[in-house]
Ligand binder design. Structure first.
Ligand code: IPM
Ligand code: MG
Length: 398
């Protein structure tokens, strides 16, 4: 009996090892980086997703269209709305991303994606893998970059979350060895850590930030987190002007709410699961997960999204039109910067700071007593186009 279970689990594990070793091999071959300046047109895919996704994605698209009017008219940028990344369709074909949708996504250079429902045991949906995670794996979007800024509190953070490994790599491939014994796996590779950590250090270097903080739980999760930390310190040697320190995730979580300590953090690099958790906490300090954008960066592709979920309850209760579109619009700003429209991205970020943090002429509550997504988006558009945008933004800097 026991032998049978062990054999079955061993065969499963062997297959996982083969897949992971093949993935490491693929990472070792140099992939060319997309040069957006050389593309004509740049194709931007819009994926509505589930729940409140289509509502907030439409608002974000409206903002991007306004900021990109000139290149859009000149045919240098094209928007493509991709249908079908919905839980209904995914459940029907039993795929995390339906094949035809994935093909369309791969024809775009970058995508802006609304939140998608992640099925879990007990849901009416088949327990398929999260579309987010599948997209990160399929397009090899290895870095999840999440900025959080609260100027009035001196908070100016950018999180570099590893996006294809850790507890997520095999999150849907654990083993029920027996009825009583379940095992999951966490995966860290040298190549996977290196590319993420290098991006974090490069970002710090380019932006004159002299500190990078590595986050792990290497005192307990010794092998995988240990590797992440070791690679981090090795890469740090290439950047002698950048100070590097490391914190364990538990105390790091505490220090983010310590007003004296937290202002010292600037760039943080961390494995997948810790990054997932810590960035929700950080976003809450900025005004909620509805306010934070997220960039999923690979060598070839990039995908931009809100950091929150699809909020199906808001749809059921008829409140989807009151969903805060800020996170999607922030993701849009990151998209603009990424494809070479830095100026537009900066204007948009300023407008979001003004509308969401400084002036707050409209307040979103997620309900009828607050502004609607559309009204808020109009407020953002009006702010972007105001001649005194920069002055207004500067007047609120500490
Ligand atoms: C995020 C989300 C996803 C994640 C979910 C939807 C799978 O929480 O982007 O942070 O865990 O990565
Ligand atoms: Mg998350």
């Amino acid at each position: 009996m026991t032998d049978k279970h062990i054999n079955k689990a061993t065969i499963h594990f062997q297959k996982l090892l083969q897949d992971q070793l093949a993935r490491v091999d693929r990472m070792s071959t140099v992939e060319e980086q997309t040069d957006y300046a050389a593309l004509n047109p740049i194709i931007v895919g819009i994926l509505g997703g589930d729940g409140i996704g289509p509502f907030i994605a439409a608002e974000a698209q409206r903002v991007l269209e306004s900021l990109l009017q000139v290149p859009l008219d000149a045919g240098k940028i094209t928007f493509r709305v991709i249908e079908g990344l919905t839980i209904e369709k995914r459940a029907e074909v039993r795929q995390a991303i339906p094949g035809d949708v994935l093909e369309e996504i791969k024809e775009c250079h970058v995508t802006l994606k609304g939140p998608t429902t992640t099925p879990r045991k007990g849901d009416p949906w088949p327990n398929i893998e999260s579309a987010n995670i599948a997209m990160r794996k399929e397009l090899d979007l290895f870095a999840n970059v999440r900025p959080v800024r609260v100027p009035s509190e001196g908070i100016d953070w950018v999180f570099f979350r590893e996006n294809t490994e850790g507890a997520y790599a095999l999150g849907s491939n654990g083993i029920d060895v027996t009825d009583d014994l379940a095992m999951d796996f966490t995966v860290t590779s040298t190549q996977g850590s290196e590319r993420l950590l290098r991006l974090a250090f490069e970002y710090a270097n380019k932006n004159n930030i002299n500190k990078v903080t590595l986050v792990s739980k290497a005192n307990v999760v010794k092998t995988t987190d240990g590797k992440f930390l070791k690679v981090g310190y090795e890469i740090a040697k290439e950047y002698p002007d950048i100070e590097v320190d490391d914190w364990y995730i538990d105390i790091m979580t505490a220090k983010l709410i310590d007003p004296k300590r937290r202002t010292q953090f600037r760039v943080m690099a961390l494995p997948n699961l810790y990054g997932d958790i810590l960035t929700d906490e950080a976003a809450e300090l900025q005004g909620g997960v509805g306010t934070a954008g997220s960039a999923n960066i690979g060598k070839k592709y990039a995908m931009f999204e809100a950091i929150h979920g699809s909020a199906p309850r808001m749809v059921v209760e008829g409140r989807a039109q009151y969903a805060d579109p800020s996170s999607m619009i922030r993701a849009g700003a990151m998209l603009l910067r990424h494809i070479g429209y830095e100026g537009q991205g900066i204007r948009l970020e300023m407008a979001l700071d003004i509308t969401g943090q400084f002036e707050k002429k409209l307040v979103m509550t997620g309900r009828k007593d607050g502004a609607s997504s559309r009204e808020f988006c109009d407020y953002v558009l009006e702010t972007i186009n105001a001649p005194d945008l920069e002055q207004r933004w500067k007047s609120h800097q500490p």
